[in-house]
Design a protein around this ligand. Sequence first.
Ligand code: BEZ
Length: 212
Amino acid sequence: MSLRLGDIAPDFEQESSVGRIKFHEWLGDSWGVLFSHPADFTPVCTTELGLTAKLADEFEKRGVKTIALSVDSNESHKEWIKDINETQAANVGFPILADRDRKVSELYDMIHPNASETLTVRSLFVIDPKKKVRLMITYPASTGRNFDEVLRVIDSLQLTDNHSVATPGNWKQGDDVVIVPSLQDPEIIKQKFPKGYKALRPYLRMTPQPNK
Ligand code: BEZ
């Protein structure tokens, strides 16, 4: 099945390095990042999982739970976690799904047969507290993902949900943001943006980041 933005992230039950996980129940009211790896004991994946572990406080600050996946076994995951912790000076505290039967990989379309018949590509999904898919990225096996970018997108999504703003290209924390075009009522705009805004065009209204 191929997923699209705005779809409900499929629920599943699967084994993991921390026990059996019922995905939606495990997510609870949190945001989630579900990301797949081609295989255990591969170099790029080792660095990515180390990075995710080291960014644990950043994910927690944003109310995000992280969960990785590969089609290897739990025994393999447990051995690999020792390597990740040792080589990346990290402490992997999040689950790694052991998707031996490829149940989750297929639900999330993580196997791209023309890239590999059997292994998952580097997919990543950001899921919101309503279980909607809000970001999907797919990277090739040889390119590690940029987890600062993943955090940046989560910040942008949370700003949109909480403050009715969108973020311009290359936006970073503290930069001005744009008022979403759907917001037109002048009274509401005044209430929501007490710092004011600058209309470069009627459709392009810049305002200081509201939560700074
Ligand atoms: C990996 O670490 O997963 C990897 C590295 C080079 C090529 C393909 C995969």
